[in-house]
Design a protein around this ligand. Sequence first.
Ligand code: SAH
Ligand code: SF4
Length: 349
Amino acid sequence: MPDRAKRVDLLGLSAEELALFLGGLGQPVYRARQVFSWLHRGAGLAEMTDLPQALRGKLTNLAAAGTLQVERRQTAPDRATKFAFRTSDGEIIETVLIPHRDRATVCVSSQIGCAFGCQFCATGQQGLVRNLTAGEIVSQVVRVQADTRPARVSNVVFMGMGEPLANYDAVVRAVRLLIAPGGLNIGARHIAISTCGLPEQIRRLAREGLPVALAVSLHASTDDVRTRLVPINRQHPIGEVISAAREYAGVTGRKVTFQYVIVPGLNDTPEQARRLAALIRGFPAMVNVIPRNPVDGSSPDPAAASRFAGALERLGVPVAVRQSRGAEVLGACGQLRGRVAGQREAGRA
Ligand code: SAH
Ligand code: SF4
């Protein structure tokens, strides 16, 4: 068997690229559609029963149908489920399934670790290990969907481990694969990319022709406070970030969401609320106020978040308080750190 690491991950290829790859193996064009559909339903190569046996044999030597293995699965009392996946190079990444009535949202990771080191975020404390490939990003959704049937994964949010816009090419490729009609067929409008605020990449994303939702992790309305929470603010201060977000709204016609994690006593003052209201006046935007989830898994304090949201509301800002789910399994916003504690629990126990 050839080196596993050298095999092509078919889940990272578009239908057109798959057609070229299979064409190189002497296969007719319609095979690509067949294989693409199998792959995005989570099938392994051996399960693609309508392919000729000889082709399946060849593919097994040359290629992989996704590279992630389920390492562990934990479900919180609120039914949010955290998946730990093992990558082919032995790293762990985490993905969270948030079920709603008859559909589900999947929160995906875009990097192993993160280089940006935001003050309250467990992932940031780990530093950056590496970018994920498009295949690894898509594989998270495909594996979770295969596990959650019949609820359809209707939404994907890039709010797991890592900074999606620092892994731009793989993330945009993954979005195109997730919305492909022959695959998971998720609406681009139901995909959200959350960023700590990289202005150049926000502008570039605006021009991809993908109407994905943009969430900007603002967390403060003055540069001194924001720099303490989100160190990249030193290089890209609030003014630059807001102007890129305005451009995003202008080009895509989509409302921008600003994420605002409350750090009591620091970013929830009346002054911060007033400045925030002024910053986002005049373009389609809303604020998600999020109680900070302690990285040790203890309960967040929602009172400060409600107070701050109330202050914004009185200033005429569209606002919602978001309680993130899955805290009991360290699966809520900011708690993912990609380490499997305790014993190895192989997959589907
Ligand atoms: N790197 C991207 C996306 C991943 S983080 C970003 O920063 O936007 C997804 C969201 O979780 C961000 O809004 C982030 O600020 C928030 N978050 C991080 N740590 C958190 C914590 N401890 N409690 C609540 N939200 C947190
Ligand atoms: Fe990275 Fe986002 Fe965490 Fe900041 S909040 S450290 S950008 S994952």
